[in-house]
Write a protein that binds this ligand. Sequence first.
Ligand code: MG
Ligand code: MG
Length: 259
Amino acid sequence: MILLKTKEEIALIRDAGQLLGKCIAEVGKHVRPGITTAYLDQIGEQYIRDHGAKPLCKGFEGFPSAFCISVNEVVVHGIPSELFLKEGDNVSIDCVIEYNGYVADSSYTFAVGEVKPEVRRLMKVTREALYIGLDQCKVGNRVGDISHAVQMHCEKNGYSVVRELCGHGVGFKMHEDPSVPNFGVKGTGPLLKEGMVLAVEPMVCMGSKNVVFSKEDGWTCSTRDRKPAAHYEHTVAITPEGPDILTTFDFIEKNIKES
Ligand code: MG
Ligand code: MG
């Protein structure tokens, strides 16, 4: 069942989303060669708790950490570890927080130092696909319009989109209806209505769309061909005025620009 949110509830989800944007920005400041992903997780979790919020991934179906940190060929759900980041890696930092009872979900893919031009391009196109998908988040459209727009932009640029995982409703809980796939057919799927809040999150592969899930941890989702992937995510509300993005990359990208 799709749960609609009131204007007041959307304002509270925005509060969570803005805090989440600052939190990912704080973690992002520490992304550099020689740092471990466990350390990034620790900084982020501290930030979340210091600001009175709760990291919802931690403990979710046994997931061990506050953040999903996914490096290079890991698409999503990477578990922070003692792995050191190195120059040229790309790393997606994905987090869900609850703040004052409301939930926001966002992810950003960072470059570790200088990445190869083809990785830079993958990141750019994935970020573009997110905003192209968000543009479709309008009253009267359907979920398939978002899915189709994301898929077309990625495939037009020579990339593929993951089929096994998708975006979702969010706001009261971490995962709500509907599912928001990154592939699909225009004009199909649930109708977008005022008050719906969605997490739109293109998961884009440089090579083939096939992924494998780690047999050891049950979570880590990697490309089968071990080529890089990227992942960006925003939480967005459907309003009569159009898409209202409740999370933000502003703090993240201000830091990147200044560094
Ligand atoms: Mg997420
Ligand atoms: Mg999500």
